[in-house]
Every structure is written in structure tokens, then in C-alpha cells.
Design a protein around this ligand. Sequence first.
Ligand code: NAD
Length: 505
Amino acid sequence: MSNITSKGLSPAEILERPAFRGQLLIDGVWCSAADGATMERRSPAHGKVVATYALAGVADAERAIGAARRAFDHGEWPRMKGAERARVLRRVADGILERKHEIALLETLENGKPLAQSLAEIEGAADLWQYAATLARNLHGDTYNTLGDNTLGVVLREPIGVVSVITPWNFPFLIVSQKLPFALAAGCTAVVKPAEVTSATTVMLGEILVACGMPAGVVNILVGRGGVIGDTLVSHADVDMLSFTGSTAVGKGAVAKSASTLKKVSMELGGKNPQIVFADADFDAAVDAAVYGICFNAGQCCNSGSRILVQSSIAERFVNAVAERCAQARLGDPLTDGVQVGAITTERQLETILAYIDGARLAGAKIVLGGSRIDRPGMFVEPTIVSGVTPDMAIAHEEVFGPVLAILTFDTLDDAVALANGTLYGLSAAIWSTDFNTCIGAARRIRAGTVWINTFLEGHAELPFGGYRESGIGRELGRMATEDYTETKTVHMHVGPRTDWYLPR
Ligand code: NAD
């Protein structure tokens, strides 16, 4: 279906190539939408059509759920040995690596992020498929031989069933790979809906799954709008679990709707993540992390370091240094080598970012750097630093999801912890200090799913990821990742003659 690579081609030549064409994968067959609907996607950095798709409606979603249900209830996948599932998952990891340049290119064309970043993301995703393969062989329950002579207790882990996997547009391939291989490792079947604006790489993943021998119906892929097929995916009685990554607002709505059938939910939502810089920190390292934390993926990261909390005694020097370094970040065509900051992925997101910057200005904050859309084709925003921010301002506690850094100051560790915990989110935080007690003391008190100490935005398949409070429910990755996609069943066995309840023998 796709044979686009960037090898040896200039950006202009790449954009001249035919657009990617994606169909729906239902019950092992690539197909058009039942009503014939289609959509096209333009590159946010160039405004050129880079993909066309069949666009799923409710009838397609119902058919996909039916296929996943049959594959779960009657198919071979949930009944295979863990070792056999692991073999397929490893083949998928290899398949991803074989096509990594092609996948990375489509990720960049649809999302607007620099090509080198896309490539690193695809390689990281392949690692998650490999890690999930190891877990497929290690999923196990428990036994109790301590319940007396007459009893043996066995606790089974069973795949939960059909999982709706819904993903956002900021790390399309990485995020589907944080969910799907772990659900598959557990023996589940799935219906996957990527954000419609960045569907190409998930469709490519479908191609790889089919090529690797994934049985029909185990993974179904729907390119579709959340507003059209979302309700079906989150509330259908034949879906057992919802695994969602996206905004807190849409996530809350999805949880509410899923409650009509009391599904298990796993929610990875927004963040307003603080990097706390103490006066004794390694100054240059903290400056670099501040710039990285807000420029990476043009700030369109749930884990963006969108708040800097800096100790007052070094605040002025720190802000100046961050502004100077940030001004040097290379922004431009994501297909060009060396570019660090690419385009904003959607027009709606561009408007949101600019509205937050205007709001901060109106609220009395100071724009130290940037603050505007860049006057060039495509959707680009200058990396923006806002100082003089107070906790009551929207820019201090709401997720912008763009290259906009809010600076707040503090005097004591207690103040820093109070500020860090002062939003409704709790996804991640970083602490910069050379004092062990400061680092560990703050790390213990901060309510966030990940706390980095003297580093930022690093991740490993082995380490769980997720949020406190309105940043989500549950954790992904880590050695428990497959357990999330299981039900627990107690098998209570009686050994020997049973004492009657009614008439003791
Ligand atoms: P979004 O909430 O708009 O969309 C996410 C997904 O939900 C998309 O596939 C969308 O089509 C779908 N959707 C939309 N309406 C729906 C509905 N009514 N029912 C079911 N599904 C529906 O988010 P986005 O704009 O694509 O992504 C940005 C958000 O995602 C940010 O808030 C970011 O913080 C969050 N995010 C969180 C994590 C994390 O792991 N915590 C990771 C990446 C992104």
C-alpha cells in the first residue's frame, strides 16, 4: 500500500511523491468505509496532501468490534501459548525496524515533527514490541497452598477480551505501541482508532501485523473521527476495556460513556509538568533541559516541561540563559536535516496556542521570547517564554500543548512543592539540584506518575508511565503492563470429602 521513503530525495521531491493511501482493516481485510466516506490529510508543515483515507462510520466500527469479539471468543490468538504470541510480536518488531525510514517519513509528513525525531520514535516503538514479547511469556497468576489440607487456591490471569485502543496525534506510532503489543501479549483482541489526522503510521503497522501472520480479526484498524465513532468504541457492550490516550476533557467524556457498560479503563491524559530548578543545580544542564522540555515535539507532548519553577535567587540569570539558548533552536521544515522544532500539527492546536499566549499577555505576564505565529507557509509558532507568571493565571495551570514555557519563582522547598502540586494534573515533574536531600525530599512529596531527578523526558520500557489526578487512570509499560489487560479469576479447589453445611457428617 505504501512505498514512500525519503532516501536521497530533497524535501520538494518527497512532497511530489504520491500520497499515502489508507483503508480500514476489519477482520483481516483492507476495505473501504461502508458509506464510501473518505478524507485527506495535508502536511502541517507544507500544506500539501500527503495521505488519503477511507473514513470509518458507526457501521464500520460495529463490524470491527464484531470481528474482534469473534476473534477473542472463538479464535486462536487468546488460546495460543505465550511463546507463540511472543514470536509474532518479535516478528512485528523486526518488521517495524525494516520499514522504519518509511514509517518515520509519514509520521513527519502528517505530524510536522523533525524526521530524526520521528525515526527515534519508531525505533523506540520497536523496542516496546520486543519488550512486550518478553512479557507474553511471563504473564502468570498465583497459587495458595496455605489454606488448609482441604483447599488449594489458584489465581488465574485471563486476557480481558476486546480492547478499544484510542490514540492522539502527537506521538501516533509510539503511543499505539505503548498499548497494543501489551494487550496482544496478554491474549486480547483490539479495535484501534488513531487520531484521524495522523493515521498513516498506524495503518502501516496494520500492514506489518498482517504480514507477520496476525490472525484475522485480532487487530482491526479504523481511521475515523472521534466525534463520529468514538461513542461506539467506548460504550459498545462487546468491548471489555478502553485504553485511551488524549486530552483530559475528551478522556473524561469517554470514561463517563464507558460507565454505561462498566468497562475497565486505562487513561493517559494531559499534563502541566513542572521542572523545579534549585539554586544549587547544575545550571547549564538545567537550562538545556528547560529548552528541550518545551521545544521537543514543538511542546506538543503530554510530558512537556511546560512550567519552570525556579528559585528566586537565580531566576533572572536562569530565564535569560533559557531565552538565549531557546532563540538558537533551529525551527523549520521538518524534512530538513538539523531542524529541531517543526510544525504545529493541527490548525485548531495552533489557534489554542496563540490564544494562550494572548491570554497570558492580557493577564499581565511578560513575553520574554517569541509569542507569535511565524510568517512562512505551514503552521509554525515561535518558541515562547512567558515570565512574571502567577499561579492564578491560566498559563500557569492549564495545558497549552505548544512551545510555550511559563516561568514561576519560589523561595523554599515547601513553596516549590506546593506550586508543583498546585494544578489538577500529575503526570510528571523534574527536580534539578545537586543536594541529595532536596532531590529525594521533593521527589517523595510531588504528586506525579514520573519524577525525574537531574534529567528530563527519558523513558524506558521497564519503567511504568502514567498520571496522578486528572492526568489519568492506570499505568502503561513496566513489567505489569500486560496485567492491565487481564481479568483475575480465583479457582477455589476443594480436596477430599466436603463437610456438609446443613447436616455435619
Ligand atoms: P484528543 O483528546 O482530542 O483526541 C485523542 C483521541 O480521542 C483521538 O483519536 C480522537 O479522535 C479521539 N476522540 C475525540 N473525541 C472522542 C470521543 N467523543 N470519544 C472517543 N474518542 C474521541 O487529544 P489530541 O488532541 O489528539 O492529543 C492531545 C492530548 O493528548 C493532550 O491533552 C495530551 O496531553 C494528551 N496526551 C497524553 C499522553 C499521556 O500518555 N498521558 C500522551 C500523549 C498525549
